[in-house]
Design a protein around this ligand. Structure first.
Ligand code: ATR
Length: 315
């Protein structure tokens, strides 16, 4: 048997039977990305497939944006259960589906495609549910009980998490973005979720905060959960996300970044006595939801967690 390649392409899909003739188990789930080599999803899903005795393997597919439609339409014909979509396909995928789940439509993106029995494509989004579950597992509290600040709320991931918090009717939502206009656009869209009379005293339930120390300081007194949805902290040379002194012991600090495992934001938060989590739990729970949509059964969470930890340890 041939080991499976680390990355396949559209050209491979077009010649699939020949390409995978000697590959076992047969690839039946995938992640579409561009770039995609860095994706940890195979290390998350392959142990799960094995643990459940499902005769399938999860592969990476390097698909350019202009190839997306053709590639995704081939999946049902080639016996795939579905695929994940990562950068830059999450928005394209929304348009390419035959049907889109309500939450995915609200979040404005699709990261999980399910091939239905009749060959149609159904789009879901596990980013929001993965975020909620990660908060609950790591901090033992529900987003609906929290006052949340999202930094990077104008980006793709930040916007999805902001919508999810609004859908959950979180106590308070404060949006921050380097380009403030983008946070304001998201806030306008989310206004209908914050019309009711869940009153918190003088502070507004939905607000946009400029990325300035003074303004952030004021808002952070009335915030429980701080989410970093920007890429600030991925590089060693990146500046602090927030000045150290703004972080307080009552804060929960959630960084969506998982490489490095501990960003300067998390280190600062921990030093200040706050509770913290990196992006790995969200990645795990996103994977769990995708698995459950494809296979219509409970995912083996422990096997997936171990797969992810092994992948991180061997990097
Ligand atoms: P993703 O889909 O991963 O969220 P994205 O849509 O490119 O990626 O969003 C990146 C987010 O990180 C945005 O909120 C971006 O801010 P802008 O909307 O102002 O571009 C934010 N971001 C990226 N680099 C940043 C930096 N150096 N400082 C502050 N914010 C940054």
């Amino acid at each position: 048997m041939e080991p499976s390649k680390s990355v396949y392409t559209l050209a491979d899909l077009k010649n699939w039977d020949a390409v995978i003739r000697d590959v076992s188990p047969r690839p039946r789930v995938a992640v579409f990305g561009d770039p995609v080599e860095h994706s940890l999803s195979p290390q998350l899903h392959n142990p799960a497939l094995q643990a459940c005795g499902i005769d399938a393997q999860y592969i990476r597919l390097q698909i350019r944006p202009e190839e997306f439609d053709e590639a995704v339409r081939l999946l049902p014909k080639l016996g795939f259960y579905g695929t994940n979509c990562t950068i830059p396909h999450k928005f394209l995928a929304l348009e390419a589906m035959d049907r889109v789940d309500d939450l995915a439509r609200k979040l404005g993106a699709v990261n999980t495609v399910v091939c239905d029995d009749d060959g149609s494509l159904v789009g879901f989004n596990s980013d929001g549910p993965g975020f909620l579950r990660a908060v609950r597992e790591e901090f033992m509290v529900d987003v609906s009980d929290l006052r949340v600040m999202i930094i990077g709320a104008g980006g793709g991931a930040g916007r999805a998490v902001a919508v999810q918090c609004a859908v959950e009717n979180c106590e308070r939502l404060v949006l921050v973005n380097r380009t403030t206009d983008k946070a304001e656009a998201v806030a306008r869209e989310l206004e209908p979720y914050f019309q009711d009379t869940r009153v918190l005293g003088p502070v507004k339930r939905l607000a946009v905060c400029p990325w300035e120390t003074e303004a952030l300081h004021e808002e952070l007194n009335d915030i429980d959960l701080i989410v970093n949805a920007t890429s600030v902290g991925m590089k060693r040379t990146d500046p602090d996300l927030l000045p150290h002194h703004l972080l307080q012991p009552h804060h929960f600090a959630f960084d969506m970044i998982y490489s490095p495992l501990e960003t300067r934001f998390l280190k600062s938060a921990e030093d200040r006595g706050a509770r913290t989590t990196n992006g790995l739990p969200m990645l795990l729970w996103q994977g769990v939801f995708s698995f459950e949509w494809w296979f219509n059964r409970d995912a083996p969470v422990d096997a997936m967690r171990k797969g992810l930890m092994d992948a991180i340890a061997s990097r």
